[in-house]
Design a protein around this ligand. Structure first.
Ligand code: AMP
Length: 433
């Protein structure tokens, strides 16, 4: 019996037959990754890569034990030295760890870091939720200004718009600083304690460990219990209020509209001040494309310097799936520039050598070896969407000339085999289109 893929994971493949799953095609991943690399260059971010697994305590302390991610969804295992390790469920804690360990704060005051890679959460597999998924994210460390919060949001909007996504919505809130949050937490707890019987089982536990998390519960009974509950904005101190007002003002400067959602607190415990999510269209209402916010105390909690931070992450699967759902124009499949077809033993050897030389020049070249029949070789050229084919028989070799044919226009031109190099193919692209 063959062995199947683990539940909640998927392969990224060159061709996908199922139209619903075209987002798994590698050309789309490459296209998205290229757009991201251009974006991070434009905003001047530098890349950071960290291990895929870390010591379990890092996530317990850095993400927070009351979050679903840590309490329910971590891939934790003992290594052969009996140390508890965890496949990273998110990147912020790892980036902070690397920042502290590398003493990066001694280099310069502001660090703008980005990452892209797989994350792991033992979640119930469902549409848009995977156990191995991929995130692009950024962390700005050392920047406490509201402009930095807005640049994050601008960056995501620029990316999504460039990809052609529509119906983008920004949902925004402020969760205050630890002092105002503590006051609010007490008030909320007091309020909900009278309504404990109405709460879902999960929220009964949250009421003890982190009542704020009840605010972003998806359960109807929790929503009902929250009716008339105290609101965080009434507990904000002046500094937090001012920060949030500035964020809103700067968003207006960039023409980015927003919805303030007082219930948005986000799943992770470390956020302070601004938190946000971006959705796209109806489907997006349940599935955020991106989420992020400010985490001014996190670095210190993890034993580092007291520097503010702000960041976001966006799920690559979600972005690709939304692109398909919204029918945005996708990049065309790209075949090799040239397929060499040799007919006869000498011609085959010529093609073998010529492919070597052209590839050295950086030309994308394919050679068909397995069939002896021209018809089959041409079918292969169509199949792989080659731009040009060159058909060489022993006669052509003798004359030193052969025909290059453009597959799309079916136009051809005789060329000197001696001169067959990269530059000729560029000229032919214009001549034969
Ligand atoms: P979070 O780290 O939970 O704030 O999630 C940030 C983004 O990552 C979300 O908006 C999603 O786009 C994506 N994401 C989170 N969890 C998953 C998952 N299990 N499967 C696929 N994408 C996910």
């Amino acid at each position: 019996m063959s062995i199947g893929i683990p539940k909640g994971t998927f392969d990224v493949v060159p061709h996908e037959k199922d139209p619903e799953l075209v987002w798994r095609e590698s050309r789309l991943w490459q296209y998205l990754e290229r757009a991201i690399r251009e974006l991070v260059d434009a905003f001047y971010f530098e890349e950071i890569r960290t291990p895929i697994f870390e010591r379990t305590e890092l996530f317990q302390r850095g993400v927070g034990e009351s979050s679903d991610v840590v309490s329910k969804e971590m891939y934790t295992f003992l290594d052969k030295g009996e140390r508890s390790m965890t496949l990273r469920p998110e990147m912020t804690a790892s980036v902070m760890r690397a920042f502290i360990e590398g003493q990066m704060h001694t280099e310069k005051p502001l660090h703008k870091l980005f990452y892209m890679g797989p994350m792991f959460r033992y979640d119930r597999p469902q549409a848009g939720r995977y156990r191995q998924f991929h995130q692009f994210g950024v962390e700005v460390i050392g920047g406490g200004m509201p402009e930095q919060d807005v640049e994050m949001i601008d960056m995501l909007f620029q990316l999504y718009r460039k990809l052609g996504l529509k119906d983008l919505e920004l949902h925004l809130n402020t969760v205050g600083d630890p002092a105002s949050r503590a006051l609010f937490r007490e008030a909320l707890k007091k309020f909900l304690e009278h309504k404990k019987a109405m709460l879902s089982e999960d929220s009964k536990v949250r009421l003890e460990v982190n009542p704020l998390r009840i605010l972003d519960s998806k359960e109807d009974c929790d929503h009902a219990a929250l009716e008339g509950a105290p609101v965080l904005s009434d507990f904000l101190n002046e500094a937090c209020k001012e920060h949030f007002e500035q964020v809103l003002e700067k968003l207006q400067l960039l023409g980015i509209s927003y919805n303030i959602n007082a219930k948005l607190v986000r799943g992770l415990d470390y956020y302070t001040k601004t938190v946000f999510e971006i959705t796209a269209g109806k489907k997006g209402a349940q599935n955020a494309l991106a989420g992020g916010g400010r985490y001014d105390g996190l670095l210190k909690t993890l034993g580092g310097p007291d520097l503010p931070g702000v960041g976001f992450s966006t799920g690559l699967e979600r972005v690709l799936q939304t692109m398909l759902a919204q029918n945005v124009p996708l990049p065309a499949r790209k075949g090799p520039t040239l397929l060499l077809i040799g007919l006869g033993e000498r011609a085959e050897n010529y093609c073998f050598k010529k492919a070597h030389a052209l590839r050295e020049e950086g030309v994308s070249v394919e050679v068909e070896y397995s069939s002896k029949k021209l018809k089959e070789k041409l079918r292969y050229a169509d199949h792989i969407a080659a731009c040009f084919v060159l058909i060489v028989g022993d006669n052509e070799l003798e004359k030193g000339q052969a025909e290059v044919k453009a597959m799309e226009s079916r136009k051809g031109q005789i060329i000197d085999l001696q001169g067959l190099r990269c530059s000729i193919l560029e000229d032919l692209t214009h001549a034969l289109s």
